[in-house]
Design a protein around this ligand. Structure first.
Ligand code: KG4
Ligand code: ZN
Length: 331
């Protein structure tokens, strides 16, 4: 049986609600808070939590309506339980639990990164372990070997900034907007990725990342070049390439070492056009199946929480009513 799940994701600055049946998203709606945070140059936790409170009820009605599902037809409720901002997490988690309790439905708390990990299931029918996943978001970057759902071995992770955080910081250094990932993606259009050779991080460690040095290197370059800078598109494309190179190299190091036939991807950074192109090229060369969901399913959304929730609810793995959110949850 494919359970019909109402899912909530409120770990950061998107209020997201979805209805998922098995691995199919019947609806997937969100309210972005980007404008509310942009003038502060980053996400303000208290503003995020308040905005979730304001929009979660109407988004829930919208998600059910768009899916054509009556609350009586639901089989369960899922909500992100961590990692993320504690106040923000509490809104979706409490709302989800209350909905489940009131309707006597099973409830499962989902790890946000497991949501990103399972998101390809929404679009790729055969997306099943064994596989390797590259997860890169604003708060986390990791390479995970999945031998079974729930059996996750993190082969490598960032030792300082996450890849998305690196994009956001680089955009600030280059005077581009917030969030930085989409801004750099756009600014680098038509630019030459080989115009400036910025350093690649941790070449001696096969699966780990480090991105804080890149920010310093780009800042120094911009400062030194002063008025004599190459076109912005070239600098943006070159900085982006330094991140992309490392992510591609290390993801395929893991694919080679584990012999996994499939590489999945999730997290906002996987929406990056250049990264998607380069991963595609490498996967083709090696005959590896690449499962990258559409960009809208790479950035934060509730359908990914729903597909993970449906998986666990159908296997009877539920969350105790007393369980709290965990802002520092690790996959
Ligand atoms: O997964 P996500 O939506 O939220 C978190 O869980 O953090 O990831 C957000 C991150 C931000 O740092 C944002 O700059 C980055 O993903 N991002 C991108 C792109 N779109 C979003 N980075 C590079 N290129 C993009 N197109
Ligand atoms: Zn995320």
């Amino acid at each position: 049986m494919k359970p019909t799940i109402l899912a909530f994701e409120t770990s950061c600055d998107e209020t997201a609600v979805a209805v998922v049946r098995g691995a199919e998203a019947l609806s997937n709606v969100l309210s972005s808070q980007v404008d509310a945070h942009a003038r502060f140059g980053g996400v303000v936790p208290e503003i995020a939590a308040r905005a979730h409170v304001e929009s979660i009820r109407s988004l829930t009605h919208q998600a059910l309506q768009e899916a054509g599902v009556h609350p009586d037809d639901l089989d369960g409720v899922a909500a992100t339980s961590g990692p993320g901002l504690v106040g923000a997490l509490l809104v979706g988690h409490s709302f989800g639990k209350a909905t489940a309790w009131a309707r006597q439905l099973p409830f499962v708390g989902v790890d946000h990164m497991e949501g990103h990990l399972m998101a390809p299931r929404l679009q790729f029918e055969g997306f099943e372990p064994p596989l390797v996943a590259l997860l890169a978001s604003g708060g986390h970057s990791q390479i995970v070997h999945v031998s079974d759902w729930g059996a996750y071995e993190t082969l490598g992770h960032t030792i300082d900034d996450a890849a998305g955080e690196a994009f956001d910081k680089l955009a600030r250094v280059m005077g581009l907007g917030f969030p930085g990932g989409p801004a750099i993606d756009k600014a680098s259009g038509g630019g030459d990725p080989a115009a400036v050779r910025f350093p690649r991080s941790l070449p001696a460690r096969p699966y780990h990342f480090s991105f804080s040095g890149l920010k310093t290197s780009v800042a120094r370059y911009v400062e030194k070049a002063q008025g004599d800078l190459p076109p912005l598109a070239d600098v943006a494309a070159s900085a982006q390439e330094a991140i992309v190179d490392v992510l591609v190299d290390k993801a395929f190091n893991a694919v080679d070492a584990t012999g996994a036939p499939t590489l999945g991807g999730g997290g906002g950074v996987l929406a990056n056009r250049r990264l998607r192109h380069r991963l595609g090229e490498e996967a083709d060369k090696r005959g590896v199946t690449l499962a990258l969901p559409d960009p809208i399913l790479c950035t934060d959304n509730a359908a990914m929480i729903g597909v993970a929730g449906a998986h666990w609810i159908s296997r009877g793995r539920l969350t105790d009513w007393a369980e709290a959110v965990d802002p520092a949850m690790l996959l």
